[in-house]
Design a protein around this ligand. Structure first.
Ligand code: NDP
Ligand code: MG
Ligand code: MG
Length: 330
């Protein structure tokens, strides 16, 4: 079994007296900055003028430019969108790096795929919460945490591991469990998870189920509740008790249907195609496509996104959710 680190395994002194710059104040940025500050760590937010900058100020944080934050801090955590990191790094972060600083990421993409090449005289590591930023924040305020991974790319001070663990504790990750990984493993498994299962696999499964029912003449509203809304209730049971916990709560009829029909839908062919997705991640094909798509100003991303928002499941869902204020997205 892999070693899992918890609060008690962490050397807090590794981060005490150090200043942490959080670059970007979006989903992960706001969560890291606020959680670290409330953990007693000295935080400065580096962010361009705009909406996030206003938010960081409203939240009572010390705010400055990206350049200035990178200059001031000992630990620089980059929480910009992956595709905008290389340019901002080159122009505003790298000039502020000093020997022995820590350059930190929450996802290994830019280091692993060679889009950011750090200098040889700084520590480079990742601390990646395994959950959306808003939950990294919400669970922290509830006294809980989201599990995290850490991985060391470059350790010039000899303290990279201790600093990474102290950082992970500061954001609440060591309340839930912290595992050691590598940039390669974190990058490839994170991309695979979001593509094949969590985001891509799931949204395709939900849409295919919804379309199957609607095309067979059932009401779209019934199909929405059945194939999308109820998913959360099932996933909550899995989160709490694994597949067996979910199967304990559902009826035996549902469990029998799970056993006999699930593997007919997600069959050996689907698994073969998952392997193809993983191969494209491992050999850089996916990364190259995404980098080029961004360089071309996202023509395909924009077109698909527009088509997706016109899908019947979204139209029906918008109307139904209006009547359920308790599920409204914050
Ligand atoms: P977001 O898109 O939520 O945040 C973007 C932030 O960066 C905003 O504050 C935005 O400011 C700022 N920003 C965007 N472009 C620029 C730019 N060109 N120059 C300066 N500032 C800019 O990012 P995420 O939190 O989703 O992702 C951050 C990192 O965390 C990524 O490496 C991602 O892979 C990783 N990660 C994300 C997870 C998540 O939950 N989303 C989960 C685990 C890891 P403005 O308001 O001005 O646009
Ligand atoms: Mg990801
Ligand atoms: Mg992820």
């Amino acid at each position: 079994m892999a070693k899992v680190y918890y609060n008690g395994d962490v050397n807090d002194a590794a981060i005490q007296g150090k200043k942490v710059a959080i670059i970007g104040y979006g989903s992960q940025g706001h969560a890291h900055a606020l959680n670290l500050k409330e953990s007693g760590i000295d935080v400065v937010v580096g962010i361009r003028p705009g909406k996030s900058q206003e938010k960081a100020k409203e939240d009572g944080l010390e705010v400055t430019t990206v350049r200035e934050a990178a200059e001031q801090a000992d630990i620089i955590m980059i929480l910009l969108p992956d595709e905008s990191q290389p340019k901002v790094y080159k122009e505003e972060i790298e000039p502020g790096l000093k020997e022995g600083n820590s350059l930190v990421f929450a996802h290994g993409f830019n280091i692993h795929f060679n889009q950011i090449v750090p200098p040889a005289n700084v520590d480079v590591f990742l601390v990646a919460p395994k959950g959306p930023g808003h939950l990294v924040r919400r669970t922290f305020t509830e006294g809980a945490g989201v599990p995290a991974l850490f991985g060391i790319f470059q350790d010039v001070t000899g303290n990279a591991k201790d600093i990474a663990l102290a950082y992970a504790k500061g954001v609440g990750g060591a309340r839930a469990g912290v595992l050691e990984t590598t940039f390669k493993e974190e990058t490839e498994t994170d991309l695979f998870g979001e593509q094949a299962v969590l985001c891509g696999g799931l949204s395709s499964l939900v849409k295919a189920g919804f379309e199957t029912l609607v095309e067979a003449g059932y009401q779209p509203e019934v199909a929405y509740f059945e194939c999308l809304h109820e998913l959360k209730l099932i996933v909550d049971l899995m989160y709490e008790g694994g597949l067996e916990g979910m199967r304990y709560s559902i009826s035996d009829t549902a469990q029998w249907g799970d056993f006999v029909s699930g593997p007919r839908v997600v069959d050996a062919g689907a698994k073969e195609r998952m392997k193809d997705v993983l191969t494209d991640i491992q050999n850089g094909t996916f990364a190259k496509g995404w980098i080029l798509e961004n360089q071309a100003n996202r023509p395909e991303f924009t077109a698909i996104n527009a088509n997706e928002s016109e899908h019947l499941i979204e139209k029906v869902g918008r109307d139904l959710r209006k009547m359920m204020p308790f599920v409204n997205a914050k």
